[in-house]
Design a protein around this ligand. Structure first.
Ligand code: ZN
Length: 133
């Protein structure tokens, strides 16, 4: 793994959260993007090298909506950047982690992504991501 690429935070209202996190981090949202296939509207802020991804569900069937129902708003996932996502997925699968998809998926921010089931990672939803070339 190269570094923590971003931390994902589940919010009920993206617009309100954008304002709050802009003030908190003293910076502007630099990107907003809806990922229909994942059922999320996202926005990104950067503080130093670290990105924060805010996530609002697009509908009731969205995993983010289910997450908020169960746990409330808050830290949703930690994303680690990898050089080669297919290699990383293979290694993690062989090490016994449960992958939530067999193939990398197209995520927000020009990334290929794969999530690991929290029951195999001490309750933390882990995303691995690779920049799309
Ligand atoms: Zn993410």
């Amino acid at each position: 793994m190269l570094k923590i690429e971003h931390i994902g935070i589940a919010v009920r209202n993206l617009e309100t959260a954008n304002k709050l996190f802009s003030i908190l981090l003293n910076t502007e949202v630099y990107k907003e993007e809806t990922v229909e296939s994942e059922g999320v509207m996202t926005s990104f802020l950067k503080t130093g090298e670290t990105k924060i991804e805010l996530l609002q569900a697009t509908g009731e069937q969205s995993p983010v909506s289910k997450f908020i129902e169960k746990k409330g708003e808050g830290i949703h996932h930690i994303a680690f950047e990898v050089e080669n996502i297919k290699d990383a997925m293979k290694r993690l699968k062989e090490s016994g982690f449960i992958l939530l998809s067999e193939e990398p998926r197209v995520g927000a921010d020009n990334k290929l992504v794969c999530f690991l089931h929290p029951k195999s990672t001490n309750g933390v939803l882990v995303e691995i991501c690779q920049e799309r070339k």
